[in-house]
Structures are given as structure tokens and as C-alpha cells.
Design a protein around this ligand. Structure first.
Ligand code: NAI
Length: 464
């Protein structure tokens, strides 16, 4: 019998299942979604290619998508973020999953390709993406098939690995990318970086299907990016280094949603936190939250821990790292590894301490501790965000997939967010678990503030 999965070890399935059972008790939004749509199965006929960190929480998402009618094929969206026992539990149920913690970049793109290869040869019709790599794989491939010169970026090793995979698929399955692109009814995107990519595609007229921006549901970015990182950033640093955090100087680059959660995480651990920002509004927020706002040039020499959270590139440069003192811990919690100039460190002496922890030595003997080779450390060094907050994110994902599948033709080839009543519904589903009791508006009160007692409770321009 051939198996339609690539994972580290199927014997980890029992352990994975036990953790899945626990996660379900912390994911009320997903479980309520199963309840609501388990009989009507609105995703019947949907063939979803999923590219999102293959964790225990994602396993609960996968089984929810299946419970409401979808077929799925899954890969991780990062080479270090897979939890092998979660992948095993999913594979053991017969779900095709392609993800191994510590996979190579070549494998990463091979696995991304696999999520589009269905046994009957028919194409996928939906993508569930985190960071936009699965979407990009199909769109670049389709442009290459149309004869555009998109497969060359001499000298960029990472892109060459992607292009090699696209060329392999083009040679073995002519027309595959165009066929898949044309069959896709849409994509739902999980994160800030992937959403940025989608808006850029829309702006250039290159978005061939509707997209739902899950990240900017309030119940996603104002919770997962913030409260999620508040728990998982320090978790990753501790598991990676066991360093005493109280009293240390930590610098957080960026004070967006992830930066806010990350700064709070470090402060909660007793670190003295400084923040860098380019945006005066976020800089003012950081200052008024009580953080010193600095430049990295000024702060690097005295920092013990430097974390970048921006979704931008070249934020921690080689020059910054030259300024740092011996044994400074350097890490990234943004989506891609180009926030830190890791490529420039490759020529230095690396000592691997343990998986996803390296000591990098400069010619003068100064050493840095680099977490997850500059890839997002809360998933590389720890297990990502806790289940409860991921339940809110993933309930938005399931609702977005249902929307695209059942009403996709109502949408243009643009990027949309879910309507506010669904956002409020996701939040509502998570209140009971915390014992939170909502106050009900009287008709008079509702009329006075211009809403209905059932919501939505805020205007679109409200910023939370
Ligand atoms: P955001 O846009 O809310 O925040 C980013 C902040 O970085 C902005 O305030 C921006 O002004 C600032 N920034 C940009 N360039 C900078 C520079 N050179 N120096 C200092 N500050 C700079 O984005 P959000 O939602 O906070 O996401 C940030 C990144 O984290 C994205 O890549 C996103 O995909 C990723 N992410 C990672 C998660 C994880 O679990 N590791 C969870 C959610 C998002």
C-alpha cells in the first residue's frame, strides 16, 4: 500500500491524538463550528490545499474543515514549525499531510507542490494559506507557463530552490499551474505578511480569484498576533536558551500587533524592554505604554535579547549584530527569515547547540545566540500560540472558506475581510469558556448609540 503522506514518524500518532483531544477542549469556536455545520456540510465538494504550520491546533482546524464537508491536503508554511506528533495524528486518519520539523527548503517546496496533487488528478479549488507561499507557488508557475520570464533571480539561493521545484512540475505535468489557478475559487490568508502580498497582487491586477483577509478580522490580529505572541515569544526564548529574563535588557523591533504582544511578553518575564519603530503612531503608543523608544543602533550594544516583529526585511542587520555584546540572543517572530540578515552570518563560525539554536562567532570571538536560524522562533523553538487564541483565528478561517466556497461568485477578484457580524460571532463563541457574561443593550440604548441590540456594535471605522 502506498501512503499519501510524508511525515517524520507515524508512531507518534497516539501522542498527537491525546494532545488534539486536549486542544479541542480549548478551541470552542472550532467545536461550535463543527456543531453548526456538521450536518449541512457547506464545504462538500471543496478540495482545500492548506499551507499553515502543522501544529496540534492546526490539526483541530483540519478536522473541522473535514467535519463540515471539505477534503484537504496539508503542508506546513515554515520548515521548523511542524509538530511531528500532530502531523502523525492527522496522517493516521488518512489525511494527506506533508510536513516534517526541520525539513529542507527543497522538501518545503516539494511538500507545497504535494498539497495540489490529488490522487484523481483533478485540481484543488481552494487555498488556505499562511504567508502566501502556496498562492505564490501556483501564480508564479502559471506565469511561467504563459511564457513570462519569472523563474530567474541569479544569486538568490532560496528563490532558486523554489524555481527548481516549479520547473520540475512544469516538466512532469504540462499546464498544471494554469489549470490549478483557473480552478481555484479563492484563498483565505492567515497572516499580515501574506495579506500584504495579496494586496500587492490586487494592486498590480494579478489576483486571479477572490481572497479573504483573515488576518484583519479583529478576532484574529488583535488576539492571535497580540495575546498569542504575548504567551509564545517568551516560551520560545526559554525553551531555546533557558536564560534568566528578569532584569535583562530586551529590544523589540516593531510595535504593531505582534510587537505589542512581544513587548508585553518580555515585560511580563521581568525584562527591561525597549522598542524601535518607524511609524510615529506606533512609537507614541510604545512610549505611552511605558517602553523606551530607541533606535537599534543606539540600543544594540547594551541589549541582552533582540527580537524583530516587523514583517519587514533587513531590520536586524550585520552592522547591528556587530555592535551587540557577547552572547546576545537574537530572534525573529515575524513571518519570514529576512528580518535578520542571516545570510551575512553564514560566513562566520556556527556551532549548533541543539535543533533551532545556534551560536554564531564573529572573528573577534564575540558570540551571538541565534534562534531558529532567524525564522519565526515561537514556532521553531516552542509550539506556537496556545489553542484558545488559535481557535479564534481558525474559526475565522473556516468561515472564510465556507464564504468562498458557497458565495465565491458574489466576490470580485479582490481582497475582502469577513463582515463584522461574523467577527463578533467568533468572539461570542469564546466568552463562555472564560466565564465572561455579556451585557445586553436595551432597545433604547441601542437606538441611542445607533446600533441594534444584536449587533454589529461598532462602525467599520472603529479601531478597537
Ligand atoms: P503590523 O503591521 O501590525 O506591525 C509591524 C510593525 O513594524 C509596524 O508598526 C511597522 O511600522 C513596524 N516596522 C516596519 N519596519 C520597521 C523597521 N525597519 N524598524 C522598526 N519597526 C518597523 O504587523 P503584525 O501583525 O504585527 O505582524 C508582524 C509580522 O509578524 C508579520 O510578518 C506577520 O505575518 C507575523 N506574524 C507572526 C506571528 C507568529 O506567531 N510568529 C503571528 C502573527 C503575525
Amino acid at each position: 500500500m502506498t501512503t499519501d503522506y510524508i511525515i517524520a514518524d507515524i508512531n507518534l500518532a497516539d501522542w498527537g491524538r491525546k494532545e488534539l483531544d486536549i486542544a479541542e477542549t480549548e478551541m470552542p469556536g472550532l467545536m461550535a463550528t463543527r456543531e453548526e455545520f456538521g450536518t449541512s456540510k457547506p464545504l462538500k465538494g471543496a478540495r482545500i490545499s492548506g499551507s499553515l504550520h502543522m501544529t496540534v491546533q492546526t490539526a483541530v482546524l483540519i478536522e473541522t474543515l473535514q467535519a463540515v464537508g471539505a477534503e484537504v491536503r496539508w503542508a506546513s508554511c515554515n520548515i521548523f514549525s511542524t509538530q511531528d506528533h500532530a502531523a502523525a495524528a492527522i496522517a493516521a486518519t488518512g489525511t494527506p499531510v506533508f510536513a516534517i520539523k526541520g525539513e529542507t527548503l527543497g522538501d518545503y517546496w516539494r511538500y507545497t507542490d504535494q498539497i495540489f496533487q490529488w490522487p484523481d488528478g483533478q485540481p484543488s479549488n481552494l487555498i488556505l494559506d499562511d504567508g502566501g507561499d502556496a498562492t505564490m507557488y501556483i501564480l508564479i508557475g502559471a506565469r511561467a507557463e504563459a511564457g513570462e520570464d519569472v523563474l530567474s533571480n541569479p544569486g538568490n539561493e532560496e528563490e532558486e530552490i523554489l524555481f527548481a521545484q516549479i520547473k520540475t512540475r512544469m516538466a512532469s505535468s504540462p499546464g498544471f499551474f494554469t489549470r490549478t489557478r483557473d480552478a481555484l475559487k479563492g484563498v483565505s490568508e492567515e497572516t499580515t505578511t501574506g495579506v500584504n502580498r495579496l494586496y500587492q497582487l490586487q494592486k498590480r491586477g494579478l489576483l486571479p480569484f477572490p481572497a479573504i483577509n483573515v488576518n484583519d478580522s479583529v478576532t484574529k490580529s488583535k488576539f492571535d498576533n497580540k495575546y498569542g505572541c504575548k504567551e509564545s515569544l517568551v516560551d520560545g526564548i526559554r525553551r531555546g536558551t533557558d536564560v534568566m529574563m528578569a532584569g535583562k535588557v530586551a529590544v523589540v523591533c516593531g510595535y504593531g500587533d505582534v510587537g505589542k504582544g512581544s513587548s508585553a511578553s518580555l515585560r511580563g518575564a521581568g525584562a527591561r524592554v525597549k522598542v524601535t519603530e518607524v511609524d510615529p503612531i506606533c512609537a507614541l503608543q510604545a512610549a505611552m505604554d511605558g517602553y523606551e523608544v530607541v533606535t537599534l543602533e543606539d540600543a544594540a550594544p547594551t541589549a541582552d535579547i533582540v527580537i524583530t516583529t516587523t514583517g519587514n526585511k533587513d531590520v536586524i542587520t550585520l552592522d547591528h549584530m556587530r555592535l551587540m555584546k557577547d552572547m546576545t540572543i537574537v530572534g525573529n517572530i515575524g513571518h519570514f527569515d529576512n528580518e535578520i540578515q542571516v545570510a551575512a552570518l553564514r560566513y562566520l563560525k556556527w556551532t549548533n547547540v541543539k535543533p533551532q539554536v545556534d551560536m554564531v562567532e564573529f572573528p573577534d570571538g564575540k558570540r551571538l545566540i541565534l534562534l531558529s536560524e532567524g525564522r519565526l522562533l515561537n514556532l521553531g523553538n516552542a509550539t506556537g500560540h496556545p489553542s484558545f487564541v488559535m481557535s479564534a483565528s481558525f474559526t475565522n478561517q473556516v468561515l472564510a472558506q465556507i464564504e468562498l466556497w458557497t458565495k465565491g461568485s458574489d466576490y470580485r477578484n479582490e481582497v475582502y475581510t469577513l463582515p463584522k457580524h461574523l467577527d463578533e460571532k467568533v468572539a461570542r463563541l469564546h466568552l463562555d469558556k472564560l466565564g465572561a457574561k455579556l451585557t445586553t443593550l436595551s432597545d433604547e440604548q441601542a437606538a441611542y448609540i445607533g446600533v441594534t441590540p444584536q449587533g454589529p456594535y461598532k462602525a467599520e471605522h472603529y479601531r478597537y
